[in-house]
Design a protein around this ligand. Structure first.
Ligand SMILES: *Cc1c(COP(=O)(O)O)cnc(C)c1O
Length: 431
């Protein structure tokens, strides 16, 4: 099979030395060889996160995809305290779903996909509720929006709440400052911007915060974060049998980033994103988000009106290029182009060339015999605006304003149980 180029948010194309590392050695996880390997990964993860006071932080590695790390955090940290989940997309919603399984006191503020988290709304909620933890996705992969940890962290600090952050798709590509932003724990996985295989995830947390978990009854046996911490400190072990070959691969992928330089790697990812965005604009494509809201990991692109997305993805597949489809309210409206993983500039320009050719086939009837593309393609029609933004807690409207949303229609809006009017920002609360 010809090599597939994965222009997706992950899994990604891995480096040759990461592929080779998987089969490195047969070792027993209860022996020194594994402890050395895990110790190396733990140290490299703290370096990747640019933790200044390394002695105050600990990384634990979990066998399981990114969701396992999210569930370890959410099932082990909250206990009978109150947690607020902030969401503006699929992955924020998933954090809410996980928290609801484990935590009785789960508050939820949900914003439309592609809308920034409204800090006024959050601040008002925090004023009226005792919130111990705030959880959110840093990079909301479903829309491509990067949520601002600086301002949300500052808000959390003033309020005395600690942050739990899903950094699954941002670690390795975006700057994350756990120390500055009051982040008690954050989670991520091996298979996105870190550039290894899927199957491992990890949590990084403050030692003081892990120690608090000792007195909190575990809601999960396998994903008990305190147990992972206990096995990690001092001996670099895991509670259960780890997926050893993936640990070799992760260690190599981290070494690759550190050898290159964490900041250099981030700059390279951003540069690739900029090249792709520039070239896609030249092709007349338009984007779901404003540039300043985008992460450097991927670009969410409107499906042009003349394109059948299923055929489009199939034609790219035939050229060994894989792109990502839109999810939820963005299904069939957008596609996503990831730019993490092992690409050369040649791969990137090869992708652009295939994209140009594929779009041309949709624009120009095959028998017209014309191959030059008209430069101007009209923007997609303005989608309907959403109804006035209102936030309702237990039936009471606590916030309301008229919001214009230029990208999502009313079919995206949610309804509150017992209220048939759709709203654009919804709070549900059991606190
Ligand atoms: C990919 C992703 C996850 C985890 O998904 P898995 O399928 O469990 O790896 C969680 N959060 C975000 C923001 C993601 O992008």
């Amino acid at each position: 099979m010809e090599k597939l180029l994965l222009f997706t948010p992950g899994p990604v194309n891995v480096a040759a030395n990461v592929r080779a590392a998987v089969g490195l050695e047969d070792i027993c996880h209860r022996e020194l060889e594994f402890e050395d390997l895990l110790r190396s990964i733990e140290g490299r993860l703290l370096q990747l996160f640019e933790i200044r006071n390394e002695q105050d932080y600990q990384a634990v590695v979990i066998t399981g995809s990114g969701t396992a790390a999210n569930e370890a955090m959410l099932s082990s940290v909250v206990g009978d305290q109150n947690i607020l989940i902030l969401s503006n997309g699929e992955f924020g919603d998933r954090l809410h779903a996980i928290s609801q399984v484990h935590n009785q006191n789960t508050g939820f503020i949900q914003f439309p996909w592609g809308e920034p988290i409204n800090l006024e709304v959050v601040a008002e909620y925090l004023q009226n509720h005792q919130i111990d933890f705030i959880a959110l996705a840093h990079h909301e992969t479903s829309s491509g929006m990067l949520n601002p940890l600086g301002t949300i962290g500052a808000l959390a600090r003033v309020n005395g709440s600690a942050l739990l952050v899903d950094c699954v798709s941002s670690a390795g590509a975006e700057s994350i400052d756990m120390e500055r932003d009051n982040i008690a724990f954050c989670s991520s996985s091996s298979s996105k911007a870190i550039g290894s295989y899927p199957g491992l995830s990890f949590v990084i947390g403050e030692v003081l915060e892990y120690e608090k978990l000792k007195s909190i009854p575990a809601r999960s046996a396998y994903l008990n974060l305190y147990k992972f911490f206990e096995f990690a400190i001092g001996r670099s072990q895991t509670p259960n049998t780890p997926a050893i070959p993936l640990f070799f691969a992760l260690d190599q992928a981290l070494a690759n980033i550190l050898n290159e330089g964490v900041r250099h790697r981030r700059a390279k990812i951003l540069r690739t994103a900029k090249i792709l965005r520039h070239e896609m604009k030249e092709l007349g494509l338009t984007f779901f988000l404003n540039t300043e809201d985008m992460s450097s990991v991927l670009t969410t692109v409107f499906v042009p009106p003349y394109v059948d997305i299923a055929v489009f993805r199939q034609r790219l597949r035939e050229e060994s290029i894989i792109i990502y489809a839109g999810k939820g309210p963005l299904k069939d409206r957008v596609f996503q182009i990831g730019n993490i993983g092992e690409f050369s500039d040649t791969d990137v320009f090869q992708f652009i060339a295939v994209l140009r050719e594929t779009l041309n086939k949709f624009r120009i009837p095959e028998d017209a015999g014309i191959t030059i593309l008209s430069q101007h393609v009209p923007d997609p029609p303005m989608l309907p605006t959403v109804p006035p933004l209102s936030v309702v807690v237990n039936g009471e409207v606590i916030f309301s304003k008229t919001a214009l949303v230029d990208s999502l229609g009313s079919d995206h809006s949610r309804t509150i149980p017992g209220d048939s009017a759709p709203v654009a920002g919804e709070i549900t609360s059991s606190i």
